[in-house]
Design a protein around this ligand. Structure first.
Ligand SMILES: Nc1nc2c(c(=O)[nH]1)N[C@H]1C(S)=C(S)[C@@H](COP(=O)(O)O)O[C@H]1N2
Ligand SMILES: [Mo]
Length: 323
């Protein structure tokens, strides 16, 4: 497929900062190109394999979890139309519009690195092989908004256990699908694609950390990270990497996308912390998506309200330094 950059720009002249400043324009061009190719090149049958707009397929046998909050969930419409997923476009509404490009079947997750039994597992085996629970968690974005999401998923530790981490596994690295046809924002060199995230092994093994397969009882829509995304409820939203294809157990702290791009703004830990502001804005309060822009902001709690369950993971660490 053909994506033209403006003729006066050679890729070697594009610095990440220039690209970042022009990202809206460049992402729109990349996605328009991919969209046209999809329309031109796909038969009717191929269209059926593209995630349909609107609501997804129900996930059978979802059990409620005692680890859910009792807050009222944000509406399905708001959760699925106000998204961050740069690979599907810039701004909150683009990912929902472009999600049809992200085909999610077949889908295979690779688990490798410091484990006795590295290998692959398909999404169907993930859905049938791990008891799916509803976990109602608040997602707190670093941009100071939040929503309450009834995720469907299962503890990450259950999946990792199958691949038998070794004692050298100190961290867990995650990678999003790399496929500019399905994630056309990857044609724009804003980041060193694919999107990457990481956790320390104790964070990854914590019972609150889940791999999500759905929301509101149904398979995840593309814009929310279909078919498999991480959810770590005490960390800022950017840690919750979407559309994961690889998990690597490592001895060293892995590189992460936002940390590589702007290390002074986005640290490796990214724990929700009202006492440590983002360099450009306060983290003391947040707005709830779906309540309107005039609604009163809410105070942000340390670790997003999960301090009693996770603060001990960071005992003795200076959280201003390890932000
Ligand atoms: N691959 C990938 N994962 C991603 C992002 C992204 O741009 N690409 N954005 C992150 C950010 S900043 C947030 S706040 C959450 C948003 O998740 P949601 O759209 O389901 O609310 O996804 C995170 N995961
Ligand atoms: Mo975010």
């Amino acid at each position: 497929m053909l994506i033209r950059r403006p003729a006066d720009i050679h890729s070697s002249e594009i610095t990440p900062r220039d690209v970042w400043l022009r990202r809206r324009e460049l992402l729109q061009a990349a996605i328009a190109g991919a969209g046209l190719a999809a329309l031109g090149g796909l038969s009717q049958a191929a269209f059926a394999a593209v995630s349909p707009p609107g609501r997804g397929e129900a996930i059978p046998g979802v059990r409620p979890s005692a680890l859910s909050t009792d807050e009222t969930p944000t509406s399905y419409e708001a959760i699925t139309s106000y998204n961050n997923f740069v690979e599907l476009g810039d701004g909150k509404s683009a990912p929902a519009r472009n999600a049809r490009l992200l085909r999610t079947r077949p889908w295979t997750l690779r688990v490798e690195g410091e484990c006795e039994a590295p290998g692959e597992i398909g999404i169907e085996d993930i859905l049938s092989g791990f008891a799916q629970e509803e976990r109602i968690y608040r997602l707190r974005c670093v941009e100071a908004w939040a929503m309450v999401v009834p995720w469907v998923g299962f503890p990450l530790k259950d999946l990792l256990a199958r691949f038998q981490p070794t004692s050298r596994a100190k961290y867990v690295a995650f990678e999003t699908l790399m496929d500019p046809k399905r994630l056309p924002g990857q044609r724009v060199p804003i980041y060193d694609w694919p999107y990457r995230e990481g956790l320390r092994i104790d964070e990854a093994m914590h019972p609150l950390t889940i791999l999500a397969t759905g929301l509101y009882g149904e398979l995840l829509p593309g814009q929310n990270g279909a078919p498999l995304r991480l959810v770590v409820p005490w960390k800022y939203g950017f840690k919750s990497i979407k559309s994961i294809v690889a998990i690597r157990l490592t001895e060293q702290e892995p590189a992460t996308t936002w940390n590589l791009l702007q290390p002074e703004e986005y640290g490796f830990y990214a724990n929700v912390n009202p006492a440590v502001d983002h360099p450009r804005w306060s983290q003391k309060s947040h707005r709830m998506i779906g309540e309107g822009w005039l609604a009163r902001k809410r105070p942000t709690e340390p670790f997003n309200g999960y301090a009693d369950k996770v603060a001990s993971l960071y005992a003795g660490m200076d959280l201003r330094r390890f932000y």
